[in-house]
Design a protein around this ligand. Structure first.
Ligand SMILES: [Zn+2]
Length: 175
Protein backbone atom coordinates (compact mmCIF):
# COMPACT_ATOMS: atom_id res chain seq x y z
CA UNK A 1 0.00 0.00 0.00
CA UNK A 2 1.34 3.42 -1.00
CA UNK A 3 1.84 5.69 1.99
CA UNK A 4 -1.07 8.14 1.89
CA UNK A 5 -0.60 11.90 1.94
CA UNK A 6 -0.99 12.83 5.58
CA UNK A 7 -2.90 16.05 5.45
CA UNK A 8 -6.08 16.80 7.22
CA UNK A 9 -7.47 13.28 7.16
CA UNK A 10 -9.07 12.02 10.33
CA UNK A 11 -10.21 8.70 8.91
CA UNK A 12 -10.11 5.42 10.79
CA UNK A 13 -7.05 4.32 8.80
CA UNK A 14 -5.05 7.40 9.67
CA UNK A 15 -6.05 7.04 13.30
CA UNK A 16 -5.37 3.29 13.15
CA UNK A 17 -8.76 2.52 14.62
CA UNK A 18 -11.35 -0.16 14.14
CA UNK A 19 -14.97 0.47 15.10
CA UNK A 20 -16.03 -3.12 15.75
CA UNK A 21 -18.91 -2.45 13.37
CA UNK A 22 -18.56 -4.93 10.48
CA UNK A 23 -20.07 -2.63 7.84
CA UNK A 24 -17.61 0.17 8.66
CA UNK A 25 -14.56 -2.00 9.31
CA UNK A 26 -15.18 -3.71 5.99
CA UNK A 27 -14.81 -0.32 4.27
CA UNK A 28 -11.49 0.18 6.08
CA UNK A 29 -10.31 -3.22 4.78
CA UNK A 30 -11.39 -2.35 1.24
CA UNK A 31 -9.57 1.00 1.35
CA UNK A 32 -6.44 -0.75 2.65
CA UNK A 33 -6.47 -3.26 -0.19
CA UNK A 34 -7.80 -1.12 -3.08
CA UNK A 35 -7.09 2.46 -1.92
CA UNK A 36 -10.73 3.47 -2.37
CA UNK A 37 -14.08 1.78 -2.62
CA UNK A 38 -17.73 2.26 -3.51
CA UNK A 39 -20.49 1.89 -0.95
CA UNK A 40 -24.07 1.13 -1.97
CA UNK A 41 -27.16 2.23 -0.12
CA UNK A 42 -30.51 0.84 -1.27
CA UNK A 43 -33.10 2.97 0.54
CA UNK A 44 -32.93 5.61 -0.76
CA UNK A 45 -30.81 4.36 -3.64
CA UNK A 46 -27.39 5.93 -3.80
CA UNK A 47 -23.77 4.93 -4.20
CA UNK A 48 -20.72 6.84 -3.07
CA UNK A 49 -16.96 6.61 -2.98
CA UNK A 50 -14.91 6.31 0.20
CA UNK A 51 -11.14 6.63 0.21
CA UNK A 52 -10.54 9.20 -2.54
CA UNK A 53 -9.85 11.86 0.06
CA UNK A 54 -7.86 9.54 2.29
CA UNK A 55 -5.59 8.24 -0.47
CA UNK A 56 -5.39 11.05 -3.04
CA UNK A 57 -6.76 14.13 -1.20
CA UNK A 58 -9.37 14.18 -3.98
CA UNK A 59 -13.06 14.90 -3.52
CA UNK A 60 -15.37 11.94 -3.02
CA UNK A 61 -18.37 11.33 -5.31
CA UNK A 62 -21.99 10.36 -4.76
CA UNK A 63 -24.72 9.48 -7.23
CA UNK A 64 -28.38 9.03 -6.30
CA UNK A 65 -31.41 7.25 -7.69
CA UNK A 66 -29.86 4.88 -10.21
CA UNK A 67 -29.43 1.09 -10.10
CA UNK A 68 -26.11 -0.23 -8.81
CA UNK A 69 -24.38 -0.99 -12.18
CA UNK A 70 -25.06 2.45 -13.71
CA UNK A 71 -24.14 4.16 -10.43
CA UNK A 72 -20.87 2.33 -10.08
CA UNK A 73 -19.91 2.85 -13.73
CA UNK A 74 -20.48 6.59 -13.35
CA UNK A 75 -18.48 6.77 -10.10
CA UNK A 76 -15.55 4.85 -11.60
CA UNK A 77 -15.61 7.09 -14.68
CA UNK A 78 -15.64 10.21 -12.47
CA UNK A 79 -12.69 8.95 -10.42
CA UNK A 80 -10.67 8.24 -13.58
CA UNK A 81 -11.61 11.67 -14.98
CA UNK A 82 -10.35 13.33 -11.78
CA UNK A 83 -6.86 12.50 -13.05
CA UNK A 84 -7.53 15.13 -15.73
CA UNK A 85 -9.31 17.57 -13.39
CA UNK A 86 -12.66 16.41 -14.74
CA UNK A 87 -15.61 16.26 -14.40
CA UNK A 88 -15.64 20.05 -14.04
CA UNK A 89 -17.71 21.41 -11.19
CA UNK A 90 -21.13 22.82 -12.16
CA UNK A 91 -20.69 21.78 -15.77
CA UNK A 92 -22.66 19.31 -17.82
CA UNK A 93 -20.62 16.37 -19.09
CA UNK A 94 -21.86 14.10 -21.85
CA UNK A 95 -18.60 12.19 -22.28
CA UNK A 96 -18.27 10.73 -18.80
CA UNK A 97 -20.79 7.90 -19.23
CA UNK A 98 -23.79 7.22 -21.44
CA UNK A 99 -25.64 9.60 -19.12
CA UNK A 100 -25.71 13.36 -19.27
CA UNK A 101 -24.15 14.28 -15.94
CA UNK A 102 -23.69 17.52 -14.04
CA UNK A 103 -21.21 17.59 -11.15
CA UNK A 104 -22.14 19.71 -8.15
CA UNK A 105 -20.60 20.22 -4.74
CA UNK A 106 -22.69 18.61 -2.00
CA UNK A 107 -23.78 21.28 0.47
CA UNK A 108 -22.46 20.70 3.98
CA UNK A 109 -25.98 20.53 5.39
CA UNK A 110 -26.33 17.09 3.74
CA UNK A 111 -23.21 15.68 5.34
CA UNK A 112 -25.23 14.42 8.29
CA UNK A 113 -27.83 12.63 6.17
CA UNK A 114 -28.49 8.95 6.90
CA UNK A 115 -27.36 7.47 3.54
CA UNK A 116 -23.82 8.82 4.15
CA UNK A 117 -23.57 7.37 7.66
CA UNK A 118 -20.80 4.84 7.00
CA UNK A 119 -18.72 7.45 5.16
CA UNK A 120 -19.07 9.64 8.24
CA UNK A 121 -18.00 6.77 10.44
CA UNK A 122 -14.93 6.24 8.22
CA UNK A 123 -14.00 9.95 8.38
CA UNK A 124 -14.59 10.32 12.11
CA UNK A 125 -17.82 12.28 11.82
CA UNK A 126 -16.57 14.96 9.44
CA UNK A 127 -16.89 14.34 5.74
CA UNK A 128 -14.41 15.71 3.22
CA UNK A 129 -15.75 17.39 0.09
CA UNK A 130 -18.35 15.27 -1.68
CA UNK A 131 -19.47 15.95 -5.23
CA UNK A 132 -22.76 14.71 -6.60
CA UNK A 133 -23.02 13.35 -10.11
CA UNK A 134 -26.48 14.54 -11.08
CA UNK A 135 -27.92 12.82 -14.13
CA UNK A 136 -30.42 14.41 -16.48
CA UNK A 137 -33.99 13.09 -16.40
CA UNK A 138 -34.27 12.81 -20.19
CA UNK A 139 -35.95 15.91 -21.58
CA UNK A 140 -36.81 17.13 -18.06
CA UNK A 141 -33.16 18.00 -17.46
CA UNK A 142 -31.63 18.40 -14.02
CA UNK A 143 -33.19 19.07 -10.62
CA UNK A 144 -33.12 22.83 -10.16
CA UNK A 145 -33.48 23.55 -13.90
CA UNK A 146 -36.29 25.87 -14.89
CA UNK A 147 -39.45 23.85 -15.56
CA UNK A 148 -38.07 20.72 -13.87
CA UNK A 149 -40.89 18.56 -12.52
CA UNK A 150 -40.38 18.71 -8.75
CA UNK A 151 -42.00 15.27 -8.36
CA UNK A 152 -38.88 13.80 -9.93
CA UNK A 153 -36.83 14.79 -6.86
CA UNK A 154 -38.06 11.51 -5.35
CA UNK A 155 -35.61 9.87 -7.76
CA UNK A 156 -32.64 12.06 -7.06
CA UNK A 157 -32.16 15.06 -4.81
CA UNK A 158 -30.13 18.14 -5.70
CA UNK A 159 -27.53 18.00 -2.97
CA UNK A 160 -26.09 21.39 -3.96
CA UNK A 161 -29.20 22.98 -2.46
CA UNK A 162 -29.02 23.40 1.35
CA UNK A 163 -31.08 20.64 2.94
CA UNK A 164 -33.57 23.03 4.70
CA UNK A 165 -34.36 24.67 1.33
CA UNK A 166 -34.75 21.39 -0.57
CA UNK A 167 -38.22 20.02 -1.45
CA UNK A 168 -39.17 17.15 0.84
CA UNK A 169 -38.16 13.78 -0.51
CA UNK A 170 -36.70 10.44 0.52
CA UNK A 171 -33.36 12.14 1.20
CA UNK A 172 -34.71 14.85 3.50
CA UNK A 173 -36.78 12.38 5.54
CA UNK A 174 -34.78 9.89 7.57
CA UNK A 175 -35.97 6.27 7.03
ZN1 LIG B 1 -7.17 8.96 6.06
Amino acid sequence: MTEPVRINCACLLHRRKWTGEPEVDDIVKQVISRRWTIVRNDRPACSFTVGQWHTFTSPEFVICGLPRPESHDALRAAVIAMGHDLPALDEVDTELTSLKVKTVKVHGSWHGSPPLRVARAFYDGRLPEYRQLMWAEGAAGFPGDEGFDERLVERQPNLAVPRPDHPECAWTTPP
